[in-house]
Design a protein. Structure first.
Length: 190
């Protein structure tokens, strides 16, 4: 077993290559020179002398094929295609992670879906606004009603008989602040 201190990252394809020497790793220019000199018919010793590297380093650059190591940990439970479909569905801003799992019939856990969505930089898990989206006409009607109530002199409809409630159980006109959704930052919030 090669000690971990002798592992170096190769410039070729980003793979780990085991190097025993203490010198700096070969640069791309040096690798190209070694391959060019080899194709020109020079031997390993002559190549090493011209590049000013060891014979072993020149040999490894020419003949040792870096092996790709298996990534640690268990395999991912979602394929790339399923992950893209999941993100596209969430971008519509309609479903929670649990609802997504049920609707898309995924075999992964809800927490895995949440982790995947948290890694998307343009999705944010945020609280829904407490107000309804009112049009200009709705705002004018509400303001007219408020002025009418303010100027009201009718004893039957006096302020003593009107109760304005802010209790959660009477919230029938919109979200009460306890609803959250995956917000797409590229679109206006809800």
């Amino acid at each position: 077993m090669i000690p971990p201190s002798t592992h170096r990252r190769s410039r070729r394809a980003g793979l780990i290559v085991h190097l025993i020497g203490r010198g700096a790793p070969l640069t791309d220019i040096e690798l190209g020179r070694i391959q060019g000199l080899h194709e020109a018919g020079l031997g390993l010793r002559q190549i090493a002398r011209q590049v000013k590297r060891s014979v072993g380093g020149a040999h490894r650059a020419l003949f040792v094929i870096p092996t790709e190591h298996k990534t640690p940990g268990p395999a991912t439970s979602l394929s790339e295609r399923e992950a893209r479909y999941l993100v596209r569905t969430v971008a519509k801003g309609q479903l929670s992670a649990k609802q997504l799992k049920e609707e898309l019939k995924l075999s992964t856990s809800v927490r895995t879906i949440q982790r995947l969505l948290a890694g998307v930089d343009w999705l944010v898990y945020t609280k829904m606004g407490n107000t309804l989206p009112l049009s200009a006409e709705d705002k004018r009607a509400r303001e007219a009603w408020a002025w009418e109530m303010l100027m009201n002199k009718d004893p039957v409809r006096s302020w003593d008989s009107i109760i304005f409630s802010d209790e959660k159980k009477w919230n029938l006109d919109g979200p009460d602040g306890f609803q959250t959704y995956w917000r797409n930052l590229r679109r206006p919030s809800r």
